[in-house]
Write a protein that binds this ligand. Sequence first.
Ligand SMILES: CC(C)(COP(=O)(O)OP(=O)(O)OC[C@H]1O[C@@H](n2cnc3c(N)ncnc32)[C@H](O)[C@@H]1OP(=O)(O)O)[C@@H](O)C(=O)NCCC(=O)NCCS
Length: 120
Amino acid sequence: MLIRYKKVFDKIAMGLLSFMPDEKDLKKLQQTKNQYETEENWQLFLWKEDEDIIGLIGVVIEDDVVKIQHISVNPSYRRQGIGKSMVKALKQLYDQKKVIPNEYIVDFFNKCDEQEDQNC
Ligand SMILES: CC(C)(COP(=O)(O)OP(=O)(O)OC[C@H]1O[C@@H](n2cnc3c(N)ncnc32)[C@H](O)[C@@H]1OP(=O)(O)O)[C@@H](O)C(=O)NCCC(=O)NCCS
């Protein structure tokens, strides 16, 4: 289930964000998290299963476009469809807008699209 980021999830969100290839530097990571907390068009969501937070997806909203900037799944839960489920849930949430990936996510995003087309 996709839930909105709250300050109480601060540490877990930082951990998940740090798996992104462009968020390895601690200063940059802190700055990114602050942007999600303060900028109105930056929105961060977490993926909750049972009581565990195991994934993160972050977007920037510009007019009719929702651009995915960050997507990350806890390594223990990868290859189980959680990444794809997050993309699908995000598209449902923003069904009036066009959801697109940034350059780091494009390959994975296209894979999700292909598999959706095949009804997998
Ligand atoms: C990318 C990520 C979010 C995928 O999460 P996940 O829950 O394992 O994804 P799913 O189980 O829904 O899908 C797995 C599929 O995506 C593919 N995949 C994983 N990372 C990929 C990437 N960077 N580019 C293209 N495909 C990718 C896997 O090969 C797998 O394919 P298969 O089903 O044909 O075997 C996860 O690997 C992760 O957190 N990576 C580190 C963060 C990161 O690098 N994010 C940016 C790159 S997208």
